[in-house]
Design a protein around this ligand. Sequence first.
Ligand SMILES: Cc1ncc(COP(=O)(O)O)c(C=O)c1O
Length: 384
Amino acid sequence: MSWKGRTADIERPPIAEINALASELEGQGRDLVNLGQAILGLPPPVKAVERVREWIESTSLHVYAPDPGQPEAREAVAGFLRERKGIEASADRVILTCGANQAFVNSILAVTRPGDEVVLMVPGYFDHDFAVKLAGCVVREAPLRLEDGRYAIDIEALEAAMNERTRAVVLVSPGNPSGMVATRRETERLCEMCARRDVWLVSDEVYDLLTFPPVSHVSPASLGIHEKVIVLGSFSKVFALASWRVGYYAGPADMIEESIKVQDALVVCAPVPSQVAAMGAIESVDAYVPAAVEALIERRDALMDGLRGWSTVEALAPEGGTFLLARLGVVDDVEFCKDLLRETGVVTVPGSAFGAPGCVRISFGNQPAERIAEACERMRSFSA
Ligand SMILES: Cc1ncc(COP(=O)(O)O)c(C=O)c1O
């Protein structure tokens, strides 16, 4: 019998292969354009870093902090949720984590038992699939519906994926890699369905403020339809603080209290310097986010324009997030991304990593518009 445990049920994501190849080529001195990572390639808010500098100078004790987070950081996140997303949040219903990924793990471990089922929408974010399986639960997939050039939530497909063992449904909006921002009506219907079936709705909102007008994000927790909503947030995306590993989740008081057991077992608390950076980021939201979205739109347009002349791909206009999904005229997307990287030095991510074979995810958030235009020129010279 193999010594392997739960990890044996998970396939290594093809993204790891692409990253390994990229490192190898970089080692050979190749000039790569990375359109792989789903991040905002901008410096984080100045205040976030300043606050950390002040904190280091004023602190002599470096001890464990309260599990759910510094009281001021919890209050800052609650204020953000109230003011920016219309969620009736309070500090005691928020926990700071090492990124939204850990927030997802905490949430799933707190509301499921092994053997329970969790419904994920596809195309979707592979780490959710991994986390559900690592929790000993079963993943049920429900496809998003491609309609009028955008992805939409398919309530019928979700219902078909559910049964009496279903504990939770996961929504990612803005969606990775779909670029979908669920409409208010879709979100309402999803809440109504989850309320009727009495299942948790885990709402991953890490790209929340990164939407493209006239589209904007609606949190299911702001609608007052369903009590059992857990909101996941991150400072990695909107505030470009990915290396600081800080995010959060907010939910009903009893769920939050219960999940502190998971928090303690995994990390005790999110790194305090990162929580301080998070507070600085929230203070900067008005000054920082509009400019970040403007830069993102310029980058998105550079990519959409550049891809227009490339008959190999058919790009879907994203409604939010830092990337787009494009359909390929070829079948093996993993080989496609590797060949593209070897020949042109452009890093992209195969759609099969997200349950979208035959597609490629191309990020525009992490490169200036000129660099994206150059990447497109290189890609157009590549014949799949
Ligand atoms: C949908 C989604 N959720 C969560 C994460 C991870 O966020 P964090 O850096 O806060 O762990 C990502 C990162 O790519 C993501 O795309």
